[in-house]
Design a protein around this ligand. Sequence first.
Ligand SMILES: *[C@@H]1O[C@H](CO)[C@@H](O)[C@H](O)[C@H]1NC(C)=O
Ligand SMILES: *[C@@H]1O[C@H](CO)[C@@H](O)[C@H](O)[C@H]1NC(C)=O
Length: 388
Amino acid sequence: MISDGYYNSKKSDDLYEDLCGQQSSPESLTMSRIRCWLRGIDFRVIFFLLIIFPAGILTIYCHGQKITYFLRPLWECPPKPFIPITHYYNQNVSMETLCKLHGWGIREFPRRVYDAVLFSNEVDMLMIRWKELYPYITRFVLLESNSTFTGLPKPLNFAANRDKFKFLEPRLTYGEIGGRFRRGENPFVEEAYQRLALDQLLRVAGIDDDDLLIMSDVDEIPSAHTIDLLRWCDDIPPVLHLQLKNYLYSFEFEHYQLSWRASVHRYQKGKTKYAHYRQTDYLLSDSGWHCSFCFRYISDFIFKMKAYSHNDRVRFSHFLNPKRIQDIICKGADLYDMLPEEYTFKDIIGKMGPIPHSFSAIHLPSFLLENADNYRYLLPGNCLRERN
Ligand SMILES: *[C@@H]1O[C@H](CO)[C@@H](O)[C@H](O)[C@H]1NC(C)=O
Ligand SMILES: *[C@@H]1O[C@H](CO)[C@@H](O)[C@H](O)[C@H]1NC(C)=O
């Protein structure tokens, strides 16, 4: 038996008849098929084999990632959409009214709040983050490793800059962890290992049931009023993702992509695990800022491109050329020369090309504006990075 199709389906018999113009018995079908195929070989096939085919291989080698990204609508469905929660805020509206607008009650006293981060080299972002959140955080928890997620050794950058953060030393729980330095391992494994250690450090810091825990990368900065709202209101969801305004390189380039990974949890002992993936459908709108690749020095960009979990995107060594990186930062283009990660052809084409410049510096973290001289590179119109 070859397959039922050959014997039972009239349709497949018709097909072979059409192809070769004569009725064949099932046994001779394969042979006649090969004969048909051989007859078809001519100059065009040779041309294809010698020129088009090698050119195709070369194109796929150089632009393979772009081709797969362009075909994403064919191989990947869009993720399940979030359920957005409307976010109300004005500094002149009372907390009781704000809680009520969200459908929540107000508490007699606020919850304690823990902010926990894995630190790599984002000293400026950490300063802006901690100054923004300072009034509402019970304990700042920071863990750093001497290994990047990709297994490269790195200095303990926080330890080296710790004296800059004296203002919150009494509220700081700091931890160091040794890297495992496994060669060739998936970077997500080292990342998971470091997040697990952060869970332990949180318990050392004294976190308790119903305390709020912020889980986010250093460059995902919730706004102070968002955290104040969540610590004062009763009945908030046990887990809530925060939608942050997404920026690339500085607050000059607002990126179209949704930033949703940051989350706030009402801590439950034995249940809450530090994570950076999707944990619920609820997404609180407009809750702060996410500034990716917002570095002061070009050398920081190069370090991040090598150390990042997606280091496979550095396909060619010229991607790490400082002059190229500087040009890309000023244009708002893509460091990895990739296509937009979208799920319809219309969105991919609509979002291709550099991010438009923005000239708004409204509603940015207050510490950034108060110290604009020191953080000029983060503000619109200042894309040139200093040499170090
Ligand atoms: C905001 O509140 C302050 C003090 O309660 C008041 O003086 C001020 O007029 C209010 N501003 C607006 C725009 O309502
Ligand atoms: C990383 O830290 C661990 C523990 O502190 C230490 O044993 C190890 O030698 C360090 N490795 C490097 C490359 O610094």
